[in-house]
Design a protein around this ligand. Structure first.
Ligand code: NAD
Length: 339
């Protein structure tokens, strides 16, 4: 049993902890929190709770929430840590991981140089085997990598142009927002997503533009891909249908928007978590040499399976196919298709 520490129990950390707890070959040794809020109370009912430092340990004790020590006490006993702290804080936390000589997984809010490699399970699982520091790329980059890798394995693809319509914040983020506007973010091209995809799939030709929209539910990507061979939309559909981490939906079955996709997920998944890329079947079109695809991405959940697979790769526990199969089975990935 691999002993996993989760440092930072927010949007991603709580989901990663739940997913790790579902694996037969790993267990959550503990999770950390900064302050004794309601999330800390929930965390303490599910897992052993640790404070991020001595100061926060005191505050937990004063508030009567049971803590088992600081993050340092947790790291001493763990085999690997998944850093789920806010953007750029992971790079700071790396100093503690180095001190305790422990393997660490970082998230997409960190710069690529925080780790030895940037990771996506389908695209480069083997590159993470035995590594000490791995970065699971962001939600948008994860979705792009999965889709591009799947297409690239089956067809000869050329230049990709992707437009990324980003949810402005996660549902819980009451201090952030965008009430009545669409914000180019950034205004110039490319957005960071294209270069980030290349940290995982270096030989892909991609340019991305990104915009923030006043929604919290999902991101939407529109991709236009120059093909270097003649293809039929039905061939693309078959390839995507065969990849469990891609869920096909259709407008014909009522999936007219991200709101409907989330409504569907609410019936099947805790926190309506969609670990899969969600591709609209009708959006798969070919015009001459150009292939068009539109997908939706549940930002809070999509990186969760990659974090689980990264553990197996770094500790050399399973092959790529074995790990992906175990993770998919434990999280019910590949079971929601209704087209
Ligand atoms: P979050 O703010 O929801 O959670 C971060 C948690 O870390 C909070 O509970 C915070 O209290 C805690 N924390 C603060 N300082 C800490 C420290 N020094 N050590 C440990 N924990 C600390 O953030 P999030 O959305 O879960 O994002 C975490 C990482 O995942 C970021 O790199 C982010 O870019 C990435 N990511 C986020 C999303 C998303 O949509 N939310 C998607 C993919 C990747």
């Amino acid at each position: 049993m691999v002993k996993v520490a989760v440092n930072g129990y927010g949007t991603i950390g709580k989901r990663v902890a739940d997913a790790v707890a579902k694996q037969e070959d790993m267990k959550v040794l503990g999770v950390t929190k900064t302050k004794p809020d309601f999330d800390a109370v929930i965390a303490s009912k599910k897992f052993d709770l640790y404070a991020v430092n001595e100061q926060s340990l005191k505050v937990f004790e004063e508030n009567g929430i049971e803590v088992h020590g600081t993050v340092e006490d947790l790291l001493k006993k763990a085999d690997i840590v998944i850093d789920c702290s806010p953007d750029k804080v992971g790079a700071e936390n790396k100093k503690i991981y180095e001190k305790f000589n422990i393997k660490a997984i970082f998230q997409g809010g960190e710069k690529k140089n925080v780790a030895e490699i940037s990771f996506n399970s389908l695209a480069n699982y083997n590159a993470a085997v035995g590594k000490r520091y791995v970065r699971v790329v962001s939600c948008n980059t994860t979705a792009l990598c999965r889709l591009i890798y799947t297409l690239k394995e089956n067809f000869k693809i050329g230049k990709i142009r992707a437009t990324i319509l980003r949810r402005v914040s996660d549902p819980k983020e009451d201090s952030k927002g965008l009430m009545n506007a669409i914000m180019p973010d950034p205004i110039n091209v490319p957005s960071h997503h294209g270069p980030d995809v290349k940290t995982v799939i270096p030989d892909v030709d991609i340019v991305t533009a990104a915009f923030k929209l006043p929604t919290t539910l999902m991101h939407v990507h529109f991709l236009s891909i120059e093909m270097k061979e003649k293809i039929n939309p039905s061939d693309v559909l078959t390839v995507l249908e065969n990849e469990p981490r891609i869920l096909l939906v259709s407008v014909g079955k009522g999936f007219t928007s991200t709101a409907k996709i989330i409504e569907y997920a609410r019936e099947f998944r805790t926190r309506y978590d969609l670990f899969e890329n969600v591709v609209w079947k009708e959006s798969i079109n070919v015009d001459g040499n150009d292939l068009f695809i539109t997908q939706a991405v549940h930002q809070e959940a999509i990186v969760v399976p990659e974090n689980v697979d990264a553990i197996r790769a770094m500790l050399n526990l399973s092959s790529k196919d074995e790990s992906i199969e175990k993770t998919n089975k434990s999280l019910g990935i590949g079971k929601l298709s209704i087209v």
